[in-house]
Design a protein around this ligand. Structure first.
Ligand SMILES: Cc1cc2nc3c(=O)[nH]c(=O)nc-3n(C[C@H](O)[C@H](O)[C@H](O)COP(=O)(O)OP(=O)(O)OC[C@H]3O[C@@H](n4cnc5c(N)ncnc54)[C@H](O)[C@@H]3O)c2cc1C
Length: 378
């Protein structure tokens, strides 16, 4: 029997996860990306593989499966990955109460978490700021990768292991009858199945379909330090109290609303800009710090210094990183569903599927999600 063929449009993490899952199923896979290398959300993020942010059940299981695949890929390549865990810190009684509740809930769900008091944190994570520290929730489950490196290495891995073909610098301008059209070259490629994984580009392929979807874009500002390893080895990914309002899994804590009410009064400018603060250090000692969240189909292109300053000011509560250590700032965009769903998966025409809308969890969920969806349809 002739081998079935697949085309994936977009070499971000969603596209590469689909390419992998299709190749595992025996498809001969070709990937097109309009840039010379991935340069969208998938290289602009923290590199946090973050089960703790996912609610128990389908999403948490998907995150764990994705982490397994990241580990497999890392073991077969030079991609750095570190199951460093995560540490959510409490600097108020209300934050501490939420962490205490989460410890009980998460332990009942068999998650690998442990509440640490301030003295234990001082002992294990010497750089965490002790002033006003109540304690923290340490979870062993989170993993860090360096997205810039990983998104360069993954295509090479897929090429070598599964003979996936890549066409870079190649924008797909149209799809008709299971055939993709590269207008620039006047060339056409046909496949049995086509996946459209084009991230925040809602305008090129199926613009009318995208226009009907409850999708928006989110702009996030980010910062990265120079190599800080000699002064500061943070050992795990760290988050302040604002992050407790950000992830759906934390909604399980009965006292979260009390914390939210307090922050709405005390931290209103932060909440208005969707700022919560996380820090992740890579193997080169660089610490990626962020972020803000501004939603809308058309956000302005300019980064706001004052927003980065707010992030850095808040960071001083828990981590002594000076602004003078900042080597880079940038912003990224991801697509986000406005109806609370966690992804869009639909077929706009025979043999073509759109996968999009993974929001702030694409690095955490894509590998597992792609496997599930491709299992369902082929
Ligand atoms: C600042 C920031 C921090 C984040 N932190 C994390 C994190 O720590 N952990 C986590 O799990 N998630 C995180 N996320 C979310 C995650 O990065 C995204 O969910 C994910 O990268 C989205 O992947 P994607 O493949 O859909 O999009 P992208 O990475 O944007 O890829 C889309 C690709 O499609 C290509 N393309 C578009 N149109 C065409 C066309 N017509 N023809 C050819 N190619 C085309 C583009 O060139 C691009 O390479 C973060 C996101 C941001 C922005």
């Amino acid at each position: 029997m002739q081998q079935q063929s697949a085309i994936v449009i977009g070499a971000g993490i969603v596209g590469l996860a689909c390419a992998r899952a299709l190749a595992v199923k025996g498809f001969s896979v070709t990937v097109f990306d309009r840039n010379v290398q991935a340069s969208g959300a998938s290289v602009r993020n923290f590199g946090m593989i973050w089960p703790i942010g996912q609610p128990t059940g389908k999403l948490y299981n998907r995150a764990i499966r994705s982490r397994e695949i990241w580990k497999e890929v890392a073991a077969a390549t030079s991609i750095w990955c570190n199951q460093s865990g995560s540490l959510h810190l409490a600097y108020s009684a209300e934050e501490w109460q939420v962490l205490q509740e989460l410890e009980i809930i998460f332990k009942n769900e068999n998650r690998d978490v442990e509440l640490l008091d301030a003295a234990t944190i001082a002992n294990q994570f010497e750089h965490i700021i002790q002033t006003n520290l109540y304690g923290g929730l340490f979870s062993k489950e989170e993993m860090l990768i360096d997205p810039r490196e990983a998104m360069q290495e993954l295509p090479i891995y897929l090429e070598k292991k599964y003979a996936v073909k890549f066409f870079w610098n190649t924008c797909v301008s149209k799809i008709v009858n299971q055939t993709v059209c590269i207008e620039k070259e006047q060339s056409f490629y046909k496949a049995d199945i086509i996946f459209v994984c084009t991230g925040v580009d809602f305008e090129t392929l199926y613009p009318n379909v995208f226009a009907q979807l409850p999708l928006t874009k989110c702009k996030l500002q980010m910062l990265r330090t120079e190599n800080c390893l000699e002064k500061l080895n943070i050992k795990t990914a760290v988050c302040g109290g604002l992050s407790l309002l950000h992830y759906n899994s934390f909604k399980a804590a009965p006292s979260l609303q009390i914390l939210k009410n307090k922050m709405e009064v005390e931290m209103k400018p932060y909440l208005d800009l969707g700022i919560h603060v996380m820090a992740a250090q890579n193997d080169k000692g660089e610490i990626t710090i962020g972020d803000s969240h501004q939603y809308g189909l058309h956000t302005d292109p300019f980064d706001k210094y004052y927003m980065n300053k707010m992030v850095m000011d808040y960071l001083q509560i828990f981590l002594p990183v000076s602004e003078t250590n900042i080597a880079e700032t940038w912003h990224g965009f991801y697509s986000k569903l406005t109806n609370g769903d966690t992804e869009i998966f639909l077929s706009p025409e025979k043999g073509v599927y759109i996968l999009n809308g993974l929001g702030g969890a694409g690095m955490t969920l894509s590998f597992g999600l792609a496997e599930e969806l491709i299992d369902e349809i082929v």
